[in-house]
Each structure stands twice: as structure tokens, then as C-alpha cells.
Design a protein around this ligand. Structure first.
Ligand SMILES: [Zn+2]
Length: 50
């Protein structure tokens, strides 16, 4: 999971700690948006235990 700064586009990887601010533009975490990983399309093709 990553967070992207809506102001400058900086991407912070991992969880955002309390009191975090953007190292580039100094905005607060409220201007970060969560980036969800793209859902992988599984064709319900789970590997069965061999
Ligand atoms: Zn920023």
C-alpha cells in the first residue's frame, strides 16, 4: 500500500505514521491519498495443492 501526495505527487510507500508530512512540499498527511494496488484479475484459477 502506498500514499500519494496530491500536491506534488510524491509517493510514500507503506503506512503513514501520525504527524507525517510530505518531505517535498511539507503538506500534511491529509493531502495524501491512498493508492490501492491494482486488483489482479484472477480467473478463479487457484493453484490446488499438489
Ligand atoms: Zn507533497
Amino acid at each position: 500500500m502506498s500514499y500519494k501526495c496530491k500536491i506534488c505527487g510524491f509517493i510514500h510507500e507503506g503506512a503513514i505514521p501520525d504527524g507525517y508530512y510530505c518531505p517535498i512540499c511539507k503538506t500534511t498527511l491529509f493531502d495524501f491519498e491512498k493508492i490501492e494496488e491494482e486488483p489482479r484479475k484472477n480467473n478463479k484459477e487457484k493453484k490446488k495443492s499438489e
